[in-house]
Structure formats: structure tokens, C-alpha cells
Design a protein around this ligand. Structure first.
Ligand code: GRF
Length: 205
């Protein structure tokens, strides 16, 4: 049984997709906790209603990034995670925090990385005039929105698309690839080889 800790900052729809897939597909894992840096967010209410332990480490109340990350690390480690999942967690993390979870922390970013790191990815895609947009699940490294890619999903950019329409169509894809990536991790099928992710072939049982 692998322990998963999920970090959120708001709506938590990716967290929800992971929780539902874990239950439906009976992964060898449990959600040890859902932790938010903001109180009273929708994702916390969902987790509480499912009986999942929750915690809030309020980023607003810390004077420095280092102090917040130290408190967050203590809270996360209190749940003995095998895997930390960033799901709409809107914080830039310090290098020591990231290094502490090296090889066991995943993020989803709404672009086809390395294109469009940072915020407003749908706007960036529209402004660049790309015909294809997407989302990336990757291992987290100290460089923001970088790190070995686990899975990507693609959508076509259609005439008339707006930031909102892209976000909405892409979110449906995020809800597919993020649970898939987390499942691969908890089943021990992911490894990192020279900076690239290797996915072990499915075995028939
Ligand atoms: C998602 O689009 C995710 O890719 C990005 O932030 C959004 C979070 O949505 N990092 P939710 O909180 O999972 O609903």
C-alpha cells in the first residue's frame, strides 16, 4: 500500500479525479491526506466528505517562502508519503523542499511542456497561435514547470477558442492522464533514467 499526499490550493478537480480512480480501480494505494495552503477551499470539502484526512498550512501566515516550505514539509511528512501529488497547488517551491521529494513528487501543468511554463498557459497558447495545446504530468525538479515528463495529453486549438474554452476542454484530459500517471507510479512502473521517464510495460497477471 503506497501512501499518497495530495497538495491543492482550490477547486481540486484533479485531486477528485485521482481519488475516484483510486477507489474505482482499487490501486495498491491510499490517500493519506489532502493538504491545502488555503483554508475553506472546495477541494478540502470534497476530501472531508470522503473521510480523507485533511490539513491546512496557510501560506499567507508565513513571512518567507523558506518558513512556509519547512512547515509544509513537516505536515506532509507526518503522513509518511510514498508520493506527493501537486494538483493545482499554486506555490513556487524552494529547492530544498523539491529535493527532499525528488523522484516522488508529481505535478500537472496545463501546457505541452517545455512550451508555456508559468501562469496563463491558455492565453500563452492563443497568443503563440499554436494549433495544438495540452497538459503535462511531470516529476517535479527545482526548475519551475520542468522535470521528466510522465504523460502528456493533446487538444486541437479550434477557431474561436478562448482561454476558458481551452481550459475546459483540457481539464477533461487532465482528469484522464493525471490518475493514469499516479497509478503507474503506485504500481511501481515509473523510473527515471538519465533525466527521462521509463514506463514499464504492462504485465498480464
Ligand atoms: C489545472 O488546470 C492544473 O493543470 C493547473 O491548475 C488547475 C487546477 O485545477 N495546475 P483543479 O484545482 O485540479 O481543479
Amino acid at each position: 500500500m503506497k501512501n499518497i499526499v495530495i497538495l491543492i490550493s482550490g477547486r481540486g478537480s484533479n485531486m477528485e479525479a485521482i481519488v475516484r480512480a483510486l477507489d474505482a480501480e482499487r490501486w495498491p494505494a491510499r490517500i493519506a491526506a489532502v493538504i491545502s495552503n488555503k483554508p475553506d477551499v472546495k477541494g478540502l470539502a470534497f476530501a472531508q466528505a470522503r473521510g480523507i484526512p485533511t490539513a491546512v498550512v496557510p501560506s499567507k501566515e508565513f513571512a518567507s517562502r523558506e518558513a512556509f516550505d519547512a512547515a509544509l514539509r513537516e505536515t506532509v511528512d507526518g503522513f509518511a508519503p510514498d508520493l506527493v501529488v501537486l494538483a493545482g497547488f499554486m506555490r513556487i517551491l524552494t529547492a530544498p523542499f523539491v529535493e527532499h521529494y525528488a523522484g516522488r513528487m508529481l505535478n500537472i501543468h496545463p501546457s505541452l511542456l517545455p512550451l508555456f511554463p508559468g501562469l496563463h498557459t491558455h492565453r500563452q497558447a492563443l497568443e503563440a497561435g499554436v494549433l495544438e495545446h495540452g497538459a503535462t504530468v511531470h516529476f517535479v525538479t527545482a526548475e519551475l514547470d520542468h522535470g521528466p515528463t510522465v504523460l502528456q495529453a493533446r487538444i486541437e486549438v479550434l477557431p474561436g477558442d478562448t482561454e476558458e474554452s481551452l481550459a475546459q476542454r483540457l481539464l477533461e484530459k487532465e482528469h484522464v492522464i493525471y490518475p493514469q500517471a499516479v497509478r503507474l507510479f503506485v504500481e511501481g512502473k515509473l523510473s527515471i533514467d538519465d533525466g527521462a521517464v521509463r514506463i514499464a510495460a504492462a504485465t498480464s497477471s
